[in-house]
Structure formats: structure tokens, C-alpha cells
Design a protein around this ligand. Structure first.
Ligand SMILES: [Cu+2]
Length: 511
């Protein structure tokens, strides 16, 4: 499909209204349904899945500390919109084809409300997975202001459910953020960036087979998904009319596999103000933003003095990242266009503050446990690559079982040739460093021999994180304190094709 760029206006997801709001209790109901939506002017309407009849779903806006209850309701058809591979763990023929469970990515929540992959449920809660325990989830939201997102997390078909459209924003606000006087209201815009492919009838295209098809199977999981079209907030290559003033953008990579390295073709600076889990210490002027799947970055862009200009947000992240093929600059090399054509509606009194929030660095000396965890792969019976954490399948006995309140350092040893964005549920962490090591020696003798100096996190990573890029042939170290809840969670690669097959492991926090 060769669709014209910058012909549809960027939609901004509407804010979700609660069913009930009392002082200590806000209650939402959110329906998941299948419907048709126009994703591009020249494309017939696309059948998608979404929340409350819209893809991406409406945005939650909550206050830090507000107790929120959400009933996620599955009203989806019995048959999946996309090709399901029933050989994938958790998606065998002994379970209903369409299952859902919603995870609030980046949130610290009780185990029962975290959206454990086996806590799935079907339409009307008729059938539920072995770990299902409640219909109404509770979110305590005691995190400071941050940009979170909700999306499906069910075992075996997360890649298909998210690709079909099951994702949306969840913003936590707080008093400190208001005091900082950022651009707000209609000047505070979330952007979920995804890549998709389409058939000429407008339907979503997702391969039934990898490049080397598995003859024995009608449908097979693929090692990665790369679409040829960029979709932002549910529109193909949109444009956004802006005023000549400052804007706050919350950038989210909501793609299955693709990485983005974003820049403005005006070469202007982006003022980086927040990482995955909230504000950083000081704004940093950066030229480009790197986003692996599920990562978020908040930036302020100042369009003052750009009246009448058209500014394109470009992407030059190769795939596989970072050493793969360069992107096609005519397709996925472009993301969206800003048009500085609106008259100034008022004096821009918003600020780029010099200081935002303290960021106490976690010291390695405070850790009481050091875990060495490998990222590996093996071949399955169909000669497909199975991505693994620590060489273990999903249902192997639980091995990552930190104690409540314990600080741990995890060494993520990437023995594969791929780059994996690793995400932990429940907590946010800090990136300590990355260091090249001798992979062959490690594989043969189990000896960790570094071959280069420790590299500090990039400026963009110096804050609270919940997803970290683990490069091939490197040890990536992260540090975190487990709590405040106990129970069952997960950690996994956020390339959804890897997560489903089967780069995900339980994480159990013990009392
Ligand atoms: Cu991966």
C-alpha cells in the first residue's frame, strides 16, 4: 500500500469518563469491542479492536494517590481478527481463541490487578484462565506524575491483541508537575507510535507465516513484525496543526517489534523532561529520541519562531536495531508532520524549568542480591527460533523470587544476536551501565569476561525506567527495590513476538 502522507489530522484520544467518582474511589468500566475505523483518507475503513469503541483507547487521567477501580470487559467476537498459531504456549486448542487480560504498563499495582498473562478472561467472563481472581482491578496510583499505557497481556496472543488495537494511555498527574508549569491542556499531547501493514480493502495485514514458512503448519508465529506504514494515535502518517509556542509531547512506542530513533527535520532540540516512569532531574536538550517497544519519553518542543513552517518527525532506526538495514526514508522513515499554522491563542507562559524533581541514585552497595540472567534462544521442533530468558520456558519453576523490600542488581547477559527491550512489572528501576563481554567464553565456560569499559546510561535513560534496551553481546545492569506489593508478576522482552514465544518469566515477590 502506498498511502499519501500528512493528509489526515492527528487524533488526540479523548479522556475517559468514570462511571462513578467519590473522594477515595473512582470507578471505570471499559469495553473491548471490534469495530470499523478510518485510519487514512484513502483507505477503506479498517476492522480493529479497541476500548470504548475507539482505537487507540481513551486516555485515563488520574491524580497521584487516587484509588481507581476498573472493570475491563471483553465484548470481542469469538474468532480472532488475526491469524493465531495454536502451537504457541498458552494458545493451544484447549483454550478459547479470543482471550484478554489488561496490564497497566509501568504501574505499581497489587498482583491480582496486574494482568497476569494466565489471568485471562473471555466475553462476559464466561471462561477464565487459571490465575484469574477478580473482575474489577484496583490501581492505587501512588506513583508520581508519569505516562503509562494499558494494553492486552494475555499468554500466547499478546502480539495479535495489541496489533489489533488493544492499547491506550494512562496518565498520572501530581501537584509537583503542576507547579512546574509545563505546557498543559491542549498543549499536552500523547503520541502512540505504531507500525502496521494494510491490505487494499483496508484490513490489517499480519503474516500467517515467517519468511521461511513452516510447511507443517497453516499458521506460524513470526520472529518479528515490521509494518510498512506508520500510525500515530490511530491515523496513518498524520499532520498536527500547532501554534508557535511550546508543547509537551508524551511519546510512546506502541509497536510490536520496531524501534524508533526520532528527530525533527528542522534540526531543533527536543527538551527531554521524563522517562518511562516520570520526570527526570533537569530537562536535557537532545537532538533525537530512541524508543524501543514500550518505552516512553516526554519532551517539550518549542515551535516559537517557526510560524508557517512544516516540520516532519523522522525515524532512522534500522532493523534489527542497531546494525540492520537502514529504514526506507519514504515510508517508515517518516512519522508525522507538525504544521505551525495556528494563530497564537494567548501568550505562552509555560516553562521549561531548570530543575524538576530529585533523583536519588540507587547505590550498588545497597543491593543484597545479584542475579545473572541470560537472554538466549533455542530451536523448536519446526526449526523456529524460540527466544528465552535464562534458557527457561514460561512454565519452568519460578526462579526470580526477590524478597519484599530487597534491593537487587540484575545482570542481563544478552547471548543472542538480537536487541531486546526488557520490561519488569511492579517496580521501576535505574540503569547502572552496559558492558561488552566475551559471549563465546561465557557460553563455553560460564565465565563472565568483560571486553570493554562500562558505559553509563544515555542521557535519555537517566531517570526512572521500566523497560531497558539490552544489546547483543553486552551485559546491561539494572538496580531496583522490590515492593511495595508481594505476589506474582512477570518480566519479559517487550518485542511482542518474542514475549509470546516465549521470552517471558514469572517474577514472584515474597513476603
Ligand atoms: Cu526480545
Amino acid at each position: 500500500m502506498n498511502l499519501s502522507k500528512f493528509v489526515d489530522e492527528l487524533p488526540v484520544p479523548s479522556v475517559l469518563k468514570p462511571r462513578q467518582k467519590e473522594r477515595f474511589h473512582t470507578y471505570y468500566e471499559v469495553n473491548m469491542t471490534q469495530f470499523k475505523q478510518s485510519l487514512h483518507r484513502d483507505l477503506p475503513e479498517t476492522t480493529v479492536w479497541g476500548f470504548e469503541g475507539v482505537y487507540p483507547g481513551p486516555t485515563f487521567e488520574v491524580e497521584s494517590g487516587e484509588k481507581v477501580f476498573v472493570k475491563w470487559i471483553n465484548n470481542l467476537p469469538d474468532k480472532h481478527l488475526l491469524p493465531v498459531d495454536h502451537t504457541v504456549h498458552g494458545a493451544h486448542l484447549d483454550v478459547p481463541e479470543v482471550r484478554t487480560v489488561i496490564h497497566l504498563h509501568g504501574a505499581s499495582v497489587e498482583s491480582e490487578s496486574d494482568g497476569y498473562p494466565e489471568a485471562w478472561f473471555t466475553k462476559g467472563f464466561e471462561q477464565v484462565g487459571p490465575h484469574f481472581s477478580k473482575e474489577i482491578y484496583r490501581y492505587d496510583n501512588f506513583m508520581p506524575a508519569c505516562t503509562l499505557w494499558y494494553h492486552d497481556h494475555v499468554i500466547g496472543i499478546t502480539r495479535l491483541n495489541v496489533y489489533a488495537g488493544l492499547a491506550g494511555f494512562y496518565l498520572i498527574r501530581d501537584q509537583r508537575e503542576r507547579e512546574l508549569n509545563f505546557p498543559s491542556g491542549k498543549f499536552d499531547i500523547p503520541l502512540i507510535i505504531q507500525d502496521k501493514s494494510f491490505h487494499s480493502d483496508g484490513s490489517l495485514s499480519y503474516p500467517k507465516q515467517p519468511k521461511n514458512p513452516v510447511q507443517e503448519l497453516d499458521t506460524s508465529v513470526i520472529p518479528e513484525f515490521l509494518g510498512d506504514t506508520i500510525v500515530v494515535n490511530g491515523k496513518v502518517w498524520p499532520y498536527f496543526n500547532v501554534e508557535p509556542r511550546k508543547y509537551r509531547f508524551r511519546l510512546l512506542n506502541g509497536s510490536n517489534t520496531r524501534f524508533y530513533r526520532l528527530k525533527l527535520d528542522s534540526e531543533q532540540l527536543l527538551y527531554h523532561i521524563a522517562t518511562d516512569s516520570g520526570l527526570i532531574e533537569y530537562p536535557i536538550g537532545i537532538k533525537e529520541v530512541l524508543l524501543a517497544p514500550a518505552e516512553r519519553v516526554e519532551v517539550i518542543i518549542d515551535f516559537t519562531n517557526f510560524e508557517g513552517k512544516r516540520i516532519v518527525m523522522t525515524n532512522d532506526a534500522p532493523f534489527p536495531f542497531p546494525d540492520g538495514e537502514p529504514v526506507d526514508s519514504n515510508t517508515v522513515g517518516k512519522v508525522m508532520e507538525f504544521r505551525v499554522v495556528l494563530p497564537l491563542s494567548g501568550i505562552d507562559t509555560s516553562e521549561i524549568p531548570s530543575f524538576m524533581v530529585p533523583f536519588p541514585k540507587k547505590r550498588v552497595q545497597t543491593a543484597s542480591k545479584f542475579r545473572f540472567l541470560t537472554l538466549t534462544s533455542r530451536k523448536d521442533q519446526y526449526d523456529r527460533e524460540v527466544m528465552l530468558l535464562n534458557n527457561q520456558d514460561w512454565d519452568a519453576p519460578i526462579s526470580e523470587n526477590p524478597k519484599l523490600g530487597q534491593t537487587e542488581v540484575w545482570y542481563l547477559l544478552n547471548l543472542t544476536t538480537d536487541t531486546h527491550p526488557i520490561h519488569l512489572h511492579l517496580i521501576d528501576f535505574q540503569v547502572i551501565d552496559r558492558r561488552a563481554f566475551d559471549v563465546e567464553k561465557y557460553k563455553q565456560k560460564g565465565i563472565l569476561d568483560y571486553t570493554g569499559p562500562a558505559m553509563p546510561p544515555t542521557p535519555q535513560e537517566r531517570g526512572r525506567k521500566d523497560t531497558v534496551i539490552a544489546y547483543s553481546n553486552q551485559v546491561t545492569r539494572i538496580i531496583m527495590k522490590f515492593g511495595p506489593y508481594t505476589g506474582l508478576y512477570v518480566w519479559h522482552c517487550h518485542i511482542l513476538e518474542h514475549e509470546d514465544y516465549v521470552m517471558m518469566r514469572p517474577l514472584k515477590v515474597l513476603l
